[in-house]
Design a protein around this ligand. Structure first.
Ligand SMILES: *[C@@H]1O[C@H](CO)[C@@H](O)[C@H](O)[C@H]1NC(C)=O
Ligand SMILES: *[C@@H]1O[C@H](CO)[C@@H](O)[C@H](O)[C@H]1NC(C)=O
Ligand SMILES: *[C@@H]1O[C@H](CO)[C@@H](O)[C@H](O)[C@H]1NC(C)=O
Ligand SMILES: *[C@@H]1O[C@H](CO)[C@@H](O)[C@H](O)[C@H]1NC(C)=O
Ligand SMILES: *[C@@H]1O[C@H](CO)[C@@H](O)[C@H](O)[C@H]1NC(C)=O
Ligand SMILES: *[C@@H]1O[C@H](CO)[C@@H](O)[C@H](O)[C@H]1NC(C)=O
Ligand SMILES: *[C@@H]1O[C@H](CO)[C@@H](O)[C@H](O)[C@H]1NC(C)=O
Ligand SMILES: *[C@@H]1O[C@H](CO)[C@@H](O)[C@H](O)[C@H]1NC(C)=O
Ligand SMILES: *[C@@H]1O[C@H](CO)[C@@H](O)[C@H](O)[C@H]1NC(C)=O
Ligand SMILES: *[C@@H]1O[C@H](CO)[C@@H](O)[C@H](O)[C@H]1NC(C)=O
Ligand SMILES: *[C@@H]1O[C@H](CO)[C@@H](O)[C@H](O)[C@H]1NC(C)=O
Ligand SMILES: *[C@@H]1O[C@H](CO)[C@@H](O)[C@H](O)[C@H]1NC(C)=O
Length: 639
């Protein structure tokens, strides 16, 4: 889009010369002559990528476990090696411990042993306190547990306030359990609304039947309503919030969390499929064990349920420990090909059949596969060309229609030449001014190399490693950068902000699109959430030229259209008010969305004080006036 930019620059220049006298005079009286005039030209223009704005997800900050995944009990399968009885407590006169001598399954290698002293006559058992509490919304919840040990009678399940003792659910299940094996019990019960998140789940049984003995429990689960009612699904409230943004694709499962701290602890697709009780979980890259309850199939259901194109990343030989290349990579390439067969094979193939058994008959539709993650970093550069070539060849030979993505854009870390049609993935976490300096990053790029910005987000420069929330100047800089992408979306195919979601009580890395904890109404969008939503929900399929009375900066813009619907996006990256006079011939009405607020202010947990404000606009000539406060972002959508 280089020449458009130049055309606009010289147009702006000409206006300034012609109007120089007028401008000076007028400015002395009012600020109307500082209006920027923008005329959208309904002619020519490049196609924009239909996948331009998507979402990047990886398990971190409890974005998945205890986050968007519906299951609410923490440490429910004792996965990983670090948690022991974290989140559990005895109820009544019982003692509890993690018992490795009684595995629930091959994958779930321990259970909770509940010992009951002789002479106990009460109901006793154990509590699970969730991920710093449990939201109890008044809806019907599903719960399940595995149990082993001689017991016949009532199991009582409760949801209750940890401090208040107020009971929000009280439900009996009749069970018959034996000491020879674990049996699973499932139930569903109503709850009443809890005004706070300080709740816990109790499982108790008749102690008089067990006195002097013990029972073992394992793989406990509790689900509120899930998104689209899916079993082992997403938390409806957190998922709906994401769905409202309208993302075009989902990049998963990482990110660093794909790679593993060691080769052995990498994300392994084949341990994330099938019944959850057969998934061992893993020590992750983000400081806590993962349950892998969101596994390969769940990611793909998630994509289908939100109408997103999946961008699946495959492990490419790099962990934070060893890096495997050359012949050492061969078995892992075979593993990738098995994964492909799981996705695409019909039920006559070994892995295709496994997929069918796991509930998905039709092949999955996956058109985009990324090879690794950030291989320009953490010692990956030197060996990446070889690793990329091996994996590229294996996938491309068998599945020529899949678009492959290289995990970085550094020429010396990429094969030369890069095969045709490969997309390169750039990640940018920057200070606000640095994003704005990159506004024209793509204007002068060759048009034959497609690009994805697989991760980007503005980082607070005064606290580069700290915890903080996006704020207006930072979110505005992201908008400026995205305007640069969208103007060049003939080559910038995809972009996804990161990270996506954080649980307020478990943050290890900032920023975020939105956050939450288990308090009612805690879901809080950041100012960057609103920017992403404004951009995602107002995208045309063709980018249009814009004639302007000024060059870019501090005001930035991009126009697009689909059929007779026109979109103009604006960002004011500066300390002065900007008045903009827009002309979009042939249109007459629509809406104006504006996000505005003080430079250093953002939304903060529980306080989304800055939100997009939408007003209607109408002008039979297609002329609209837009007042842009400092750091404001706006979208005009008219037809
Ligand atoms: C310019 O005009 C707008 C209203 O049209 C006003 O809000 C703003 O304060 C003015 N800016 C300056 C610098 O006078
Ligand atoms: C389309 O892209 C080409 C190649 O960069 C550029 O010359 C042209 O100006 C672009 N058209 C529009 C309307 O942006
Ligand atoms: C859990 O921690 C307790 C107390 O530190 C310890 O005695 C026990 O061995 C640990 N259990 C496991 C399974 O590691
Ligand atoms: C719990 O059981 C132990 C052992 O039987 C007994 O000494 C103790 O008094 C009991 N405590 C309560 C609170 O029942
Ligand atoms: C559960 O069973 C116990 C023991 O029979 C009984 O005391 C209690 O009232 C029952 N609770 C509910 C909610 O049915
Ligand atoms: C929950 O309550 C509704 C309405 O009171 C009732 O129809 C339904 O059967 C209850 N569900 C369960 C699982 O108890
Ligand atoms: C909850 O349990 C019911 C059966 O009791 C089942 O039909 C439903 O699919 C379950 N919902 C979820 C989200 O697992
Ligand atoms: C997963 O695949 C690896 C490599 O092909 C294999 O060694 C392992 O046994 C598989 N695990 C499961 C649970 O199928
Ligand atoms: C690739 O796409 C073309 C066109 O849609 C189709 O005809 C062909 O069967 C596909 N090839 C494979 C291997 O899927
Ligand atoms: C793109 O075009 C340039 C100039 O024609 C060429 O040097 C380069 O190799 C091409 N890149 C790709 C990925 O085809
Ligand atoms: C940036 O982080 C620092 C340190 O955490 C904090 O004091 C400051 O308020 C943050 N600035 C913004 C604009 O969020
Ligand atoms: C609308 O905008 C066009 C183009 O800038 C201009 O020529 C025309 O005079 C404007 N009409 C009105 C009524 O302001």
């Amino acid at each position: 889009m280089r020449s458009t930019h130049l055309a606009q620059a010289s147009f702006g220049y000409a206006i300034c010369i012609i109007l120089a006298t007028y401008c000076t005079v007028a400015m002395a009286h009012d600020n109307s002559s500082t209006d920027t005039r923008l005329t959208v030209v309904n002619d020519g223009g490049n196609k924009s990528s239909p996948l331009l704005y998507g979402i990047m997800f990886e398990e971190m900050d409890h974005s998945g476990d205890g986050g968007i995944h519906g299951q609410l009990l923490q440490n429910n399968g004792f996965q990983g090696t670090s948690l022991n009885i974290t989140a559990y407590a005895p109820v009544g006169n019982a003692t509890i411990s993690q018992d490795s001598s009684k595995p629930v399954s091959k994958a779930i290698t321990s259970s909770l042993r509940v010992e009951v002293p002789k002479g106990v006559t009460d109901y006793v058992g154990f509590a699970n306190t969730g991920y710093n509490g449990i939201p109890v919304t008044g809806a019907a919840y599903n719960s399940s547990f595995w149990m082993m040990g001689e017991y016949s009678g009532t199991i009582n399940l409760q949801l209750l306030g940890s401090k208040s003792g107020i009971i929000y659910a009280d439900h009996n299940v009749t069970v018959k359990s034996t000491k020879s094996k674990f049996t699973e019990f499932k139930t569903r019960f109503n709850t009443t609304y809890s005004p706070d998140g300080h709740n816990e789940w109790h499982l108790t049984f008749d102690g008089s039947k067990v006195g002097g003995g013990s029972l073992n429990f394992g793989y406990i689960q509790l689900f509120p309503p899930t998104f689209k009612g899916r079993e082992n699904g997403l938390r409806d409230d957190l998922a709906s919030f994401l769905d409202e943004m309208n993302p075009a694709f989902l990049r998963f499962p990482g990110g660093n969390n794909l790679e593993g701290l060691q080769v052995e602890s990498r994300w392994k697709w084949n341990t994330t499929i099938g019944p959850v009780v057969d998934r061992p979980g893993r020590e992750s890259d983000w400081f806590y064990p993962n349950t892998d309850a969101i596994g390969l199939d769940e990611y793909l259901w998630w994509c289908e349920d939100m109408n997103m194109a999946p961008l699946l990343a495959v492990w490419a030989g790099k962990s934070y420990g060893d890096i495997l290349s050359g012949p050492d990579l061969k078995p892992f390439i075979e593993d990738i090909m098995n994964e492909m067969e799981y996705l695409f094979g019909d039920s006559s193939t070994h892995y295709g059949k496994l997929r069918t058994q796991n509930g998905r008959k039709e092949p999955w539709k996956v058109d985009l596969i990324e090879i690794g993650n950030e291989d320009d970093l953490t010692r990956g550069c030197e060996s990446y060309p070889d690793r990329f070539n091996q994996i590229y060849k294996a996938i491309h030979d068998k599945y020529p229609n899949i678009t492959l993505v290289a995990s970085n854009g550094d020429l010396k870390c990429l094969p030369s030449p890069l095969p045709k049609d490969v997309i390169i993935d750039l990640h940018l976490y920057r200070k606000p001014d640095d994003f704005v300096k990159l506004f024209d990053q793509f204007d002068n790029q060759p048009r034959n190399q497609s690009v994805m910005i697989g991760e980007f987000g503005c980082r607070n420069s005064s606290s580069a490693e700290g915890e903080y929330w996006p704020y207006m100047q930072g979110s505005c800089s992201e908008a400026v950068y995205m305007i640069g992408m969208e103007r060049n979306s003939d080559i910038v195919k995809m972009a996804s902000y990161a990270p996506m979601l954080q649980h307020f009580d478990f943050v290890s890395w900032s920023p975020t699109l939105y956050g939450f904890n288990n308090t009612p109404d805690s879901i809080t969008p950041s100012t960057s959430y609103f920017v992403q939503k404004m951009f995602m929900t107002n995208k045309g399929d063709t980018i249009l030229p814009v004639e302007s009375s000024a060059d870019f900066g501090p005001l930035y813009w991009v126009a697009s259209k689909t059929d007779s619907k026109y979109y103009l996006k604006l960002a004011n990256y500066g300390t002065d008010h900007q008045s903009v006079k827009v002309s979009i011939p042939g249109t007459k009405s629509g809406r104006l969305e504006i996000l505005a607020g003080p430079r250093y202010q953002g939304d903060t947990p529980y306080h989304a004080q800055i939100q997009t404000v939408t007003t209607s606009v109408f002008n039979p000539q297609g002329n609209y006036s837009i007042q842009m406060e400092p750091w404001a972002i706006a979208v005009l959508a008219v037809s």
